[in-house]
Design a protein around this ligand. Structure first.
Ligand code: AMP
Length: 175
């Protein structure tokens, strides 16, 4: 079974010119989902990770499964304004304007070794902001794991330039 065959591509969604890589079809597949989680964790299995940080929203599903697999806790990296307690945040650039992600102020302790999880890396803006957030909280980013990499958009290179090792299970050329 090839995991890439389980990812559905939807042309012109959410707007014209975007090839949307839909991982819901992969997650719906029992063997596919199991293997995806195993393979996202595999390079970091001996890294003494203390917490998984999943990026809203698909990163919650995958990150929860990864945290369970490693028997460690899960930290929710959320869009601004969703978390009920005190937060720290990082703002980042979008194609038009800016966005902001947050974690609870006490969800990462100094010295925590964090694995970042999301479904897909495109420009890397979201994941780079999440890595910055972990560092601002005093944590160490062990790596970042994704199902899909869109290499032409430069996200992997951007994270690697921040000294964050990147794991992706597949890539799609073009955007
Ligand atoms: P970026 O910050 O540019 O790396 O964008 C990453 C986020 O946007 C991820 O959380 C993805 O879920 C979503 N995303 C960006 N481009 C695509 C795409 N072509 N297909 C599916 N999701 C995408």
């Amino acid at each position: 079974m090839n995991l890439k065959d389980l990812v559905r591509t939807i042309p012109d969604y959410p707007k014209k010119g975007i090839m949307f890589r839909d991982i819901t079809t992969l997650m719906e597949h029992p063997v596919g989902f199991r293997r995806t989680v195993d393979e996202m964790v595999q390079p970091f299995a001996d890294s003494a990770i203390t917490r998984v940080a999943g990026i809203e929203a698909r990163g919650f599903i995958l990150g929860g499964a990864v945290a369970h697999q490693l028997s460690i806790g899960f930290v929710a990296v959320r869009k601004k304004g969703k978390l009920p307690w005190q937060t720290i945040s990082v703002e980042y650039e979008l194609e038009y304007g800016t966005d902001e992600i947050e974690i609870h102020i006490d969800s990462i302790e100094p010295g925590d070794k964090i694995l970042l999880i999301d479904d897909l890396i495109a420009t890397g803006g979201t994941a780079a902001a999440a890595a910055q957030l972990v560092r601002d909280a005093g944590g160490y980013v062990v790596g970042a794991s994704f199902i899909v990499d869109l290499p032409d958009l430069g996200g992997r290179a951007r994270l690697e330039a921040m000294d964050v090792p990147v794991r992706a299970l597949m890539s799609f050329e073009g955007d």
